[in-house]
Design a protein around this ligand. Structure first.
Ligand SMILES: C[S@@+](CC[C@H](N)C(=O)[O-])C[C@H]1O[C@@H](n2cnc3c(N)ncnc32)[C@H](O)[C@@H]1O
Length: 282
């Protein structure tokens, strides 16, 4: 518990995240979702968890981690995971990927059902960009069935994604003509826009830990897993890339973040452009 001063519970704002505490957090997070919190992340971990200690009126990280361990509902553990994930994203992030999808993938789709996956979708900007790019290229007469699966580990970002409401500052990357075509201005809050139902209905949001079982069936034509694997170690990245490969159709595409790369081309990916790979073979 926190320090008691004049009968009032006082939380120790200077609680120290010891090496032992940090190793405990590190192991919990790595074992569960593969995120590799290296030494440089210690201050970030301390800063983010400190708020939780304050809310719970706990005086040390040791007490907090015991609390996490003892919570049989696992709610606190999942909250800890949510707090420690990095969810930075934006519309048309690394836009050359969407140019490629528009120019090379969509024209060759034919009438086949569209099946794409945004793995690690954060608050929805990536799958919404996929949906908008697709809708803007489809003609009014050619409307194949479309399913864009969008998954993330964090329930908090998924909640935002499902609402589909974004403030103007978040919409900076969205070209004006697409903003007006695929978003409605909110009537109550004039600085926010809501994704139109015809876009949102193409996207199925769900919680999925990439390290766990994947209940969905492929094959997908596109998998985007961008700026997610950067948090994983090489072994985890490799296993994931192999799993993505097996869920793609032959000729399907895997997009990763520009600071990530797929080095194991021996499993059958060829590089199409930076951070974009095509499945060769069957
Ligand atoms: C930096 S965001 C990237 C969002 C988007 N893909 C982009 O490039 O803009 C990384 C996302 O990966 C999610 N994530 C991290 N580890 C994960 C895991 N093991 N399974 C599923 N999602 C994970 C985080 O919750 C976070 O929302």
């Amino acid at each position: 518990m926190g320090l008691i001063a004049n009968g009032v519970h006082k939380v120790n704002n200077k609680a120290d995240l010891t090496e032992g505490d940090f190793s405990r957090v590190r192991k919990m997070v790595y074992d569960y979702c593969g995120i590799n919190l290296h030494d440089g992340k210690k201050a970030l971990v301390r800063g983010r968890l400190m708020k939780r200690l304050r809310n719970l009126q706990l005086g040390s990280f040791d007490e907090y981690l015991n609390y996490v361990d003892e919570d049989s509902s696992h709610k606190e553990f999942l909250l800890l995971i949510d707090i420690l994930t990095t969810n930075k994203t934006s519309f048309f992030r690394e836009s050359s990927h969407f140019d490629f999808v528009r120019d090379e993938v969509i024209p060759k789709l034919g009438d086949r059902p569209v099946k794409w996956w945004s793995a690690g979708c954060s608050s929805g900007e990536e799958p919404v960009t996929m949906a908008v790019t697709l809708l803007n290229e489809l003609s009014a007469v050619r409307q194949p069935p479309v399913k864009i699966l969008a998954t993330d580990l964090s329930t908090e970002v998924l909640h935002t994604a499902k609402k589909g409401i974004y403030t103007e500052d978040k919409l900076e990357g969205m070209p004006k003509h697409l903003l007006h075509k695929y978003f409605n201005k909110e009537t109550t809050d004039k600085t926010s826009y809501r994704v139109k139902p015809n876009v949102q209905k193409l996207i199925t949001y769900g919680r999925l830990n990439l390290l766990g079982d994947w209940p969905m069936k492929g094959p997908f034509q596109i998998i985007m897993c961008r700026n997610v694997m950067i948090y994983f170690d090489k072994g985890t990245q490799r296993r994931l890339v192999e799993r993505f490969y097996s869920l793609l159709e032959p000729g399907g595409y895997l997009f990763v973040g520009h600071s990530e790369s797929v080095t194991n081309k021996e499993i059958g990916f060829r590089t199409i452009q930076p951070a974009a790979y095509q499945k060769t073979g069957v």
